[in-house]
Design a protein around this ligand. Structure first.
Ligand code: ADP
Ligand code: MG
Length: 438
């Protein structure tokens, strides 16, 4: 079909072929007409003149994709994405191309990155396609759902006795959760109803998840643990359904400890939560917590975070997480207890745990577990070599201690800044006390 505008532009270019703005104009017209092959030719010419021009790359990739030249499009977009040059819209296109080639996993990661960089880069068609992928690949079928229902809650064997140290945390949990469950009449007599939860924060590996599980074991309750990032679903508004389902699962199995890990992922300050709908998820979480639609009687809520400064302050209101406790690295006696627990049942001889505990200031429970693991491995290697097993001695533990270190330091470096400069209402006083700054 003759196109007077294109003909006129081509005629003009025949006279001055090096007129880049004119050629750019032609390329745009070709794109709007959907004449992708011609557009590709012009865009290639323009890119030779201006290889750094982002918009040209974007349009060329579009032209490739429109012609089904997906591997060319991927090569181009991949290079831009890897070099961090791709704008959010380009990443969305990249996700679309990847979807067209069947690479769902990668499409999903790239799309997530696009929406994170700029929520307005969201493309409902890509979102829906990815949601369909998630649904068919990951959602359990009806049958699986039933099976999941039968074994839906864990019944932990560990109790407070297995948890070394953490005296204050145990006391808070006992007051807020254990006793109201064991003596409901007493609490009722004083007009106190069960409800609200305990939020634990502190460096990783210091027993937050462990004590949550032990709480369930302590009161012989069920245990439902969820990572907030497992619930958040930026594409479809499935987050609300998943969240509600989680609370319902705990309610069906009361008494039940419902444990939310990484609650900071719901924090208002987090930029990746700017995607539309995030506010709804937070609000629904608060409603479920408040028991607006269904009672939470017998549901004991615990939550944990390594980044309390990102936790939405609405969570700390009365009846919600009104107890916020710092889970510090274990002190020397607690380190000794943890080491003893980790060594229990393993061949050992006169181990001086006091000296090891003294050398491991700042080590987390997980660090200490690693220490014992290393010592055991060393012994095992030795036994395999000599053909003769020998018990673990203090020296073996000392050697293992030299091969590790406290992983909590980095966390405290960050925490210190918040504790010194953003300590509203003294919420981080415990951090300052631990660091001997308060
Ligand atoms: N106080 C403790 N007593 C016994 N073991 C502990 C303690 N703290 C940590 N551990 C060990 O370290 C592991 C990691 O701890 P975890 O609860 O996952 O840490 P967090 O949730 O705080 O990151 C636990 O599974 C447990 O084996
Ligand atoms: Mg944890």
């Amino acid at each position: 079909m003759p196109d007077p505008e294109i003909d006129a532009l081509r005629a003009a270019l025949a006279v001055s072929p090096d007129n880049a703005p004119l050629r750019r104009h032609l390329s745009r017209v070709l794109v709007t007409r959907g004449l992708w092959a011609d557009a590709e030719t012009e865009l290639r010419w323009l890119l030779r003149q201006a290889p750094a021009e982002g918009e040209l790359h974007f349009e060329l990739a579009k032209a490739f994709h429109a012609q089904g030249k997906n591997s060319e499009a991927i090569a181009l977009l991949e290079a831009r994405a890897d070099a961090d040059l791709a704008a959010a819209g380009e990443l969305t296109l990249f996700a679309k191309v990847l979807l067209a080639t069947g690479d769902k996993e990668r499409a999903r990661a790239v799309y997530e990155r696009a929406v994170r960089a700029d929520p307005s880069a969201a493309d409902p068609s890509v979102g829906l396609q990815l949601a369909a992928v998630v649904r068919s690949d990951e959602e359990p079928s009806g049958e699986e759902m039933q099976r999941e229902d039968a074994v839906e809650v864990e019944r932990p064997k560990v109790t407070f006795a297995d948890v070394g140290g953490m005296a204050t945390v145990k006391e808070e949990i006992r007051m807020k959760i254990v006793l109201p469950l064991q003596h409901p009449e007493m609490f009722r007599a004083y007009g106190k109803t069960a409800g609200g939860g305990v939020l634990m924060y502190g460096p990783p590996g210091c027993g937050k998840t462990y004590i949550a599980r032990a709480t369930a074991g302590e009161v012989k309750a069920g245990f439902v643990a969820v990572g907030i990032s497992d619930i958040l679903d930026m594409w479809t508004g499935e987050s609300e359904r998943k969240l509600h389902e989680t609370f319902e699962r705990a309610r069906r199995n009361r008494p039940c400890v419902l444990f939310f890990d990484e609650v900071d992922a719901l924090g208002a300050q987090r930029s990746d939560l700017r995607f539309s709908g995030a506010r709804h998820v937070v609000n629904q979480f608060l409603e479920e917590l408040d028991g607006v639609r269904s009672s939470n009687e017998g549901v004991l809520v615990l939550a944990a975070t390594n980044a309390p400064w990102h936790v939405d302050s609405a969570f700390r209101r009365p009846g919600r997480f009104d107890r916020v406790v710092f889970v510090a690295p274990p002190d020397a006696p607690a380190r000794e207890e943890i080491l003893r627990a980790q060594l229990a049942g393993k061949p050992q001889e006169e181990v001086q745990l006091g000296s090891i505990a003294a050398k491991t200031q700042g080590w987390s429970g997980a660090d200490l577990k690693g220490l014992v693991d290393r010592a055991v491995e060393g012994k095992l290697r030795e036994a395999l070599r000599t053909g003769r097993p020998s018990p673990i001695r203090t020296m073996d533990l000392e050697k293992a201690a030299a091969g590790g270190g406290a992983t909590t330091r980095e966390w405290f470096a960050t925490a210190k800044n918040y504790a010194l400069h953003a300590n509203q209402a003294g919420i981080y006083d415990d951090i300052l006390k631990y660091l001997k700054l308060g």
